[in-house]
Design a protein around this ligand. Structure first.
Ligand code: FES
Length: 158
């Protein structure tokens, strides 16, 4: 046991090199973890979208179905994507669909459906899920509306 704790000068140098390397790796990992967990700039987790100032133009486009009408609760909403951008799709009354950008007008985090409201996880803004209106919190403006329509049982960009 004691023999294993004795090192030659060479061993000691090697240990220092290994230790220095380990510290460098740890510091890099810690910085990476900090970046990844900051929430800002990450694609997931509600952080602001890259390059977003909270005033980004809403995604538009025509094409395939965004979501099935039956997947959206009447009087509620779901998260979806349009052209790779997060959006909210709502069904205010049976058979009627509306959509909004999911990018919070405060600092660009992604809002999440919560019944008839949308909640921003970053600073607590609350929006009306059926109109996009800002209800409370620091969000200065409503969510921008995205034109959609119902076609063959699906909600599609108009
Ligand atoms: Fe939504 Fe601040 S980014 S409340």
């Amino acid at each position: 046991m004691v023999e294993s704790l004795q090192f030659s000068a060479h061993d000691s140098l090697s240990r220092r090199a290994v230790l220095a390397g380990a510290l460098a790796v740890s510091a890099g990992a810690a910085l990476g973890a900090c970046k990844a967990s900051s929430g800002y700039g990450s694609a997931a987790g509600g952080g602001p979208s890259a390059g977003s100032s909270g005033a980004a133009a809403p995604p538009t486009g025509q094409g395939g179905p965004i979501v099935a009408l039956t997947a959206v609760p009447v009087g509620g909403s779901v998260s979806a994507q349009l052209n790779g951008q997060p959006i909210i799709v709502s069904q205010p009354t049976a058979g009627k669909a509306v959509a909004f950008t999911a990018i919070c007008t405060h600092m660009g985090c992604t809002v999440q459906p919560a019944g008839a409201t949308l909640h921003c996880p970053c600073h607590g803004s609350v929006y009306n899920a059926l109109t996009g209106a800002n209800i409370s919190g620091p969000a200065p403006r409503p969510l921008a509306e995205i034109p959609v329509k119902v076609s063959k049982g699906s909600i599609v960009a108009a």
